[in-house]
Design a protein around this ligand. Structure first.
Ligand code: ADP
Length: 477
């Protein structure tokens, strides 16, 4: 049995801004189910959603500050979540990284440096918890100092650093390095220094014993200039210690057979029931109720990464086909505005909901025929997996986790019953439109379409598979 400390700046359901939280809430539980002793550590933010009691454990004095550690459990599990409490750093309104207006907190370097130092103390059994980690698993830039600081310890646990998104690096001016009182040896090209700046991400990538990304394709992509944000050279250099493990999904939360948020549950055995969700979704979206018209759904943060500009550019062409398009998302105000305008122009074809709405997200997954995900890059992506479980065939761009989880419908994959969606290569409206047309043609052949839906619904996206791969990795370190 391994003692594993999982270090993350967000953990679902306590606090979530993106896919990292889903991983941090699920993987530790899946590892515990494989018999491992796993603890999760995260900051005690003001906005944590705490259902159960939290218990005070200890106080550590770090950097002239008294930091309290509390503990709770991840829901329905015996996995301990340790909460790092330093009120002026973490108890403020807004999200873990930004204030209410979306501006990064000015003291982010200080906040997450403190968090990293506490994680090191806990892992080294210097926090009065009578527990010493064998493996410390770090995630994204907020945790990048942990492997770096641990390299300075004579006896230390093995370290793994997982990249969920290279686009965020935690870069700060050199003065910050001095202000944070970090050990001088770490100001080095082989540790935290990145072109004269302090880079948390680089620290993690340069010093962890092993690096993973959240899909095999993304592990290759981050070694290229297009996706590596200047760190591709380092990652090429470390390619023997770098691999990709695809994320699982919460198969209880996203289960069409038991989902209480949808109008009608269904399964591969009674796929026709899916249509009840389709008409409910059409009603809810003020679109004409018609089960014969293919419905294309999209749920996303409305940002460049997700290829929303491609969607906006091709919508006027798209509505010349017999389709309905239903989008839920929020983000870039310009995208929001242009999408809304298109829905006013084509009110019986396009429905746009701006906001974050989990109930509607489930209904869109259940009620659509096709799910569109044209991301420019996608480290793993979750919605393409959810949609396959709901028999909603994804149309995705061939990148990152999308390339690894969707099998393109081609004559041979249709024949061998592996096809589960549609894939296009180039991030261009032409390529995307062609693929949508290809999907619409197949939709007209309901016999083949139903088979594709079954192929998709029967795929195993559970966490168990991924957890086994991580455990294998820990055992080899
Ligand atoms: P990312 O983490 O880059 O945003 P993922 O596909 O990995 O993308 O995960 C996004 C998660 O957030 C999914 O669970 C998705 O359903 C959810 N989501 C995104 N936007 C919305 C929204 N507007 N309403 C409800 N859920 C959303």
């Amino acid at each position: 049995m391994k003692k594993i400390l999982f270090v993350s700046s967000e953990v679902q359901p306590l606090i979530k801004t993106g896919g990292l939280a889903d991983v941090a809430g699920s993987l530790p539980i899946a590892l515990a189910e494989l018999g491992q002793d796993v603890r999760v550590i995260l900051p005690k933010y003001q906005s944590l959603k705490l259902d159960s009691e939290i218990e005070y454990r200890c106080t550590l004095r770090i950097d002239n500050r008294d930091v309290n550690i509390f503990q709770t459990y991840l829901p329905n599990s015996l996995v301990i979540a340790l909460l790092v409490d330093s009120p002026d750093y973490f108890s403020k309104a807004g999200n873990p990284y930004t204030d209410e207006y979306g501006n990064a907190w000015a003291d982010n370097a200080d906040r997450f440096a403190l968090f990293c130092r506490i994680a090191v103390e806990v892992s080294q059994n210097r926090a009065y918890l009578d527990w010493k980690a064998d493996v410390v698993h770090c995630n994204d830039w907020q945790t990048g100092l942990v492997p770096a600081l641990l390299t300075l310890e004579p006896q230390r646990p093995a370290t793994v650093f997982t990249i969920h998104n290279m686009a965020y690096q935690g870069n700060f001016p050199q003065e910050t390095f001095y202000r944070l009182n970090l050990p001088g040896q770490l100001w080095s090209m082989n540790a935290l220094e990145y072109h004269g700046m302090l880079s948390f991400l680089k620290g993690g990538l340069a010093t962890a014993d092993h690096i993973t990304t959240v899909s095999p394709t993304y592990a290759l992509e981050v070694q290229t200039a297009e996706y590596g944000y200047g760190l591709e050279g380092l990652l090429q250099h470390r390619h023997h210690e770098l691999n990709g493990i695809i994320n699982g999904i919460d198969t209880d939360e996203w289960n069409p057979e038991t989902d209480v948020r949808i109008a009608q549950t269904f399964s591969v055995e009674n796929l026709d029931q899916k249509n009840i969700n389709k008409t409910t979704l059409q009603q809810r979206s003020n679109l004409p109720e018609n089960t014969n018209i293919p419905v294309i759904g999209l749920i996303s943060r409305l940002v460049d990464q997700k290829g929303i500009d491609l969607v906006i550019e091709c919508l006027e062409d798209l509505v010349t086909y017999p389709i309905q398009f239903i989008l839920l998302g929020s983000g870039d105000k310009g995208f929001e505005h242009r999408l809304k305008n298109l829905s006013y122009l084509f009110p019986d074809k396009i429905a746009i909901t701006i906001g974050y709405n989990e109930d509607l997200a489930h209904l869109i997954e259940a009620g659509s025929d096709i799910f569109l995900m044209p991301s420019r890059f996608e480290p793993c992506g979750l919605n393409q997996m959810y949609s396959q479980r709901y028999g909603t065939l994804p149309i995705v761009r061939k990148t990152g986790g999308l390339a690894d989880t969707v099998i393109d419908a081609m004559p041979e994959t249709i024949a061998n019953k592996t096809a589960s969606g549609f894939v296009f290569d180039e991030a261009a409206t032409g390529a995307m439109l062609e693929t949508i047309k290809r999907a619409l043609l197949l939709y007209d052949n309901q016999k083949i379409w139903k088979q594709l839906q079954k192929n998709a619904m029967l795929k195993d996206f559970s966490w168990r598979q991924s957890a086994e791969q991580y455990l294998n990795l820990y055992n080899h370190l």
